[in-house]
Ligand binder design. Structure first.
Ligand SMILES: [Zn+2]
Length: 248
């Protein structure tokens, strides 16, 4: 690290659990963020401010006026622009040292597989089950840690599937691909603005801990937040030996 980096990241370096060594791990890492919306916005901002060396931000949508109530990566002037490019520009203003790749596309399976294989950690900030399951499959195949988040109305959830561990559950152990889960679109259900900030920030915290090897992550647990009552609970997740994706 040069002098500027030692200053920029000094409040991390002061943390015994991170230190110079942990910060260097962040600088050497590559985070893949799927979705530059409500969850991807705070997640990407914190990973960039914290100095994650490479960030790939994938989103096939363009910024809509209805997004700005919660998708804090984007501003009024970005309406109509691709979210990935708008996000890349915002991250560059925050921390020009971070190498950000903007992918303005819906990733097909092959592309997703290559990107996950190249990532150190994957953040699922998407808003639909098809993408979640595709991301999960690629993470299981490449044994990449997956930080999964969801937020709708006043309800949020976060889970870490540390697929580097052979006993880790995967997203499909929790929500089987054949299940009857229906996408709950925030377009019709509404979403409380700071909820996505809270959940996306927890995703960033978990990703940074995974990258730095600090503390205890949410691996094996699902955190559920009711922002209306402001109550948090966690439930234990277990690997399903019969899981169609990660089972033997
Ligand atoms: Zn599984």
């Amino acid at each position: 690290m040069n002098d500027d980096q030692l200053l920029r990241y000094s409040r991390h370096i002061l943390l015994a659990e991170l230190g110079v060594e942990g910060q260097e791990k962040l600088l050497a890492a590559h985070a893949l963020i799927i979705g530059a919306g409500g969850l991807g916005s705070p997640a990407a901002l914190y990973l960039a401010s914290a100095g994650v060396g490479r960030i790939t931000l994938a989103d096939g949508d363009t910024v809509d006026l209805t997004n700005l109530q919660r998708q804090i990566l984007h501003a009024s002037a970005s309406v109509g622009r691709p979210k990935a490019a708008s996000g890349r520009d915002a991250l560059a203003r925050l921390n020009p040292e971070v190498r950000v790749t903007a992918l303005e596309e819906r990733l097909d399976l092959e592309r997703l597989d290559a990107l996950v294989g190249d990532a150190t950690v994957v953040l699922d900030c998407s808003d639909n089950f098809a993408t979640r399951h595709a991301v999960n499959r690629a993470c299981v195949r490449h044994r990449r840690p997956l930080v999964s988040g969801a937020a709708v109305r006043f309800d949020g959830q976060v889970a870490v599937f540390d697929l580097r561990r052979p006993d880790s559950a995967c997203y499909a152990c929790l929500f089987p691909e054949s299940g009857e889960s229906e996408d709950v679109r925030c377009a019709v259900m509404g979403v409380f603005a700071p909820l996505t900030g809270i959940i996306g920030s927890i995703q960033a915290a978990e990703a940074l801990k995974i990258l730095a090897g600090a503390g205890e992550t949410l691996a094996g647990r699902l955190l559920l937040l009711d922002a209306l009552a402001m109550q948090v609970r966690t439930i234990t997740l277990r690997k399903d030996p019969a899981c169609a994706v990660c089972g033997t």
